[in-house]
Design a protein. Structure first.
Length: 116
């Protein structure tokens, strides 16, 4: 399956068949975050039934082979900061800004309206 043909939750799961069940679940949950919304690593881990596995969720997203189809830029730390190396943070910040997410430098202003 080509990356460009990934359009649905099922396509994401099929494309990621070589990932672990946990990694697939995290990436599918992230795929479902709509434009203009963000989630946290902790919230994504909770969505897949592993509430304490937020660091593992971050590791799974760090290895995301389907970015930006699976929009890992929409997942931030619980304090709103964008995680990653300086260049990654800048790119994620740019993408979030384009989507209308309220930011203070490299921190998302978290609110119930934008949390997914």
């Amino acid at each position: 399956m080509e990356k460009a043909s990934v359009k649905s939750r099922e396509d994401v799961a099929r494309y990621l068949s070589e990932k672990t069940e946990f990694e697939r679940a995290i990436l599918v949950a992230t795929f479902e975050i709509p434009k203009g919304k963000v989630s946290t690593y902790k919230m994504i881990a909770q969505k897949v039934g592993r509430q304490r596995a937020y660091r593992a969720a971050g590791n799974a997203l760090h290895k995301n082979p389907l970015a930006p189809i699976v929009p890992c830029h929409r997942v931030v730390r619980s304090d709103g900061y964008i995680a990653g190396a300086k260049e990654e943070v800048e790119e994620r910040r740019r993408l979030l800004e384009q989507e209308g997410i309220p930011l203070d430098r490299s921190q998302v202003r978290l609110s119930p309206e934008i949390l997914y």
